[in-house]
Write a protein that binds this ligand. Structure first.
Ligand code: UN1
Length: 517
């Protein structure tokens, strides 16, 4: 019997969240539909089958879209601050269920319990943010070139927002999208990762309860489950004006092409290949904390994970030794046990990706400085636990250019001035997160300038991961260009309308055109 289930209260958490051994996987709120095929969710923590989830058929998808379209008609006319009140109540429910949901995230996905709690906190934070925003959603007013005319812009709800999320943030990324979409007046259809479907079931129960208590119609929050074919139902569907997809660059290119083909909108948050530049003026202690958490947190499976450390030659050995020492202290094991720093990878395919990276870096001429290993024996029965590894490498290596979703950190050396480090930092296809460790104002500002980091996120004296929800989250190049979460990311969930009103008795034309009848 799975010890994690017994020792860490997983059974109770599942019960509190309404997740059972066999779950229907298609829902429009309180209504759930049955089907024949199912996905099995195994925990990477102990290899146990946690539960099954029935997948969505084409006929059930149709019902979902019809119910969502119907719900949209009433939801969009509800004043935005009232929709904000619903999101506020959803945030309250999340506060009550933070521990069980954090546990399920940890058990189904494998991240540490602390990070599981952090993920639920991120959901709560975005709800709070969205509640305030529900009293804004403002456009601009402009001065018209014509006398007696008023010009302004307003934002209207879009319709159905399709959400495709990844296993690594199985609940927070859904909430980033839904909390904003809902206050904007949209309704949502969510396809969670096939690797973490139970997190989807739990979240759907939480929001369904809130919607029911407020007598709101079915369809404001819908859940569908299955593999890429179910995702494709949404990406191809003209009735879904916006598809927000988080995952690999490979997947994002397919989503972008399919949605683009029908001129829909897509919001993409794809791969990263994030680096920390460590300059001669860096605080080494801070560098070690930022780099190690960035590289091994979530077992290196964040889009924002630190994959490359670009270290100045003058302090290279010092930084290398400090980071290697810190790796020696890492405890790898059951992520529900708070004494451990690093949990398992999501599955055995991810373990293969990790092993492949370590083989390839050596083949290409790199040198391993902290050996990797796939752990076995007591506590490691799932076969998904690996030892975080470090290799000295070169930015030109194919494997360094590639995002490996595992705790493999590459050390790269630079010489001369900060421009050289920035070139290395920018010298990859992805552009999500970046950081510099320095106490030198000139270097920091150059890193942040127009000639500096080309990423969507650029930090000074903190690592690459762990962004707060208040800022827009996303990146450039192969990261896909989308922005989710804070700042004005809400605008993508709405359609902008420019309005010009003439309050005179004349009809002058713009650009001074004469058209006399
Ligand atoms: C992701 O990996 O897809 O900045 C999201 C972070 C988290 C979100 C990561 N707040 O690391």
């Amino acid at each position: 019997m799975a010890t994690a289930i017994l020792d860490f209260g997983i059974e109770k958490a599942l019960e509190q969240l309404g997740v059972s051994n066999h779950n229907k996987g298609t829902s429009t709120g309180s209504d759930w539909f049955s089907s024949e095929e199912k996905i099995s969710s195994y925990s990477p923590v102990d290899g146990e089958l946690i539960g099954t989830v029935e997948t969505t058929t084409a006929a059930d998808y149709e019902k979902v879209i019809q119910t969502a379209s119907e719900a949209f008609k009433s939801w969009r006319v509800m004043p935005a601050p009232q929709r904000g009140e619903i999101v506020r109540q959803f945030g309250e429910e999340l506060r009550k269920l933070k521990e069980p949901l954090g546990k399920l995230v940890s058990y189904e996905m494998g991240k540490s319990y602390q990070e599981g709690l952090g993920e639920v906190q991120e959901m709560i934070d975005i709800c709070d943010f969205a509640v305030g925003l529900s009293r804004q959603l403002h456009g601009l007013t402009m001065h018209s070139e014509r006398p007696g005319h008023r010009m302004y812009e307003q934002y209207h709800p879009l319709g159905i927002v399709g959400i495709i999320s990844a296993f690594n943030f199985p609940v927070a990324v859904w909430a980033w999208n839904t909390a904003l979409a809902w206050i904007c007046g949209d309704v949502c259809v969510w396809k969670p990762s096939e690797k973490t479907p139970l997190c989807g079931i739990a979240c759907q129960h939480i929001i369904a309860k809130v919607l029911k208590e407020n007598n709101l119609p079915e369809g404001i929050s819908c859940l569908i489950n299955g593999d890429y074919k179910v995702g494709e139902m949404m990406t191809k569907d003209k009735r879904v004006p916006l598809v927000s997809a988080t995952g690999s660059t490979r997947m994002g290119k397919i989503v972008a092409a399919t949605v683009g083909e029908r001129l829909g909108k897509s919001l993409l948050e794809l791969g990263g290949n994030n680096a920390i530049i460590v300059t001669p003026d860096a605080d080494i202690k801070m560098t070690v904390i930022g780099a190690v958490f960035g590289a091994v947190g979530t077992a290196g499976q964040r889009c924002t994970s630190t994959r490359r450390l670009i270290i100045h030659e003058s302090i290279y050995d010092k930084v290398k030794n400090a980071v290697v020492d810190a790796y020696g202290q890492l405890r790898i094991g059951n992520p529900l046990d708070e004494n451990n720093h690093v949990g398992p990878l999501i599955d055995k395919d991810a373990v293969k990706g990790y092993q492949n990276a370590l083989e390839k870096v050596v083949e290409e001429g790199g040198k391993i400085v902290v050996e990797g290993a796939v752990l076995s024996g007591e506590g490691y029965e799932s076969g998904c636990y690996v030892k975080p590894a470090i290799a000295e490498a070169d930015n030109s290596f194919k494997i360094v250019q590639h995002e490996t979703f595992a705790p493999v950190l590459y050390l790269l050396k630079y010489s001369g001035d900060i421009e050289n480090a920035i070139d290395v930092q920018n010298g990859v296809a992805q552009g999500l997160s970046s950081a510099i460790m320095t106490n030198n104002l000139r270097e920091a500002e150059r890193f942040l300038s127009y000639a500096g980091s080309d990423c969507g996120i650029a930090n000074v004296n903190i690592g690459t991961s762990g962004a707060e929800i208040g800022g827009a989250f996303g990146g450039e190049k192969e990261t896909g260009g989308g922005r989710e979460s804070g700042s004005d990311a809400w605008k993508v969930y709405m359609r902008r309308q420019t309005n010009t009103i003439n309050y005179t008795t004349e009809l002058p034309l713009a650009q001074g055109i004469k058209f006399d009848l």
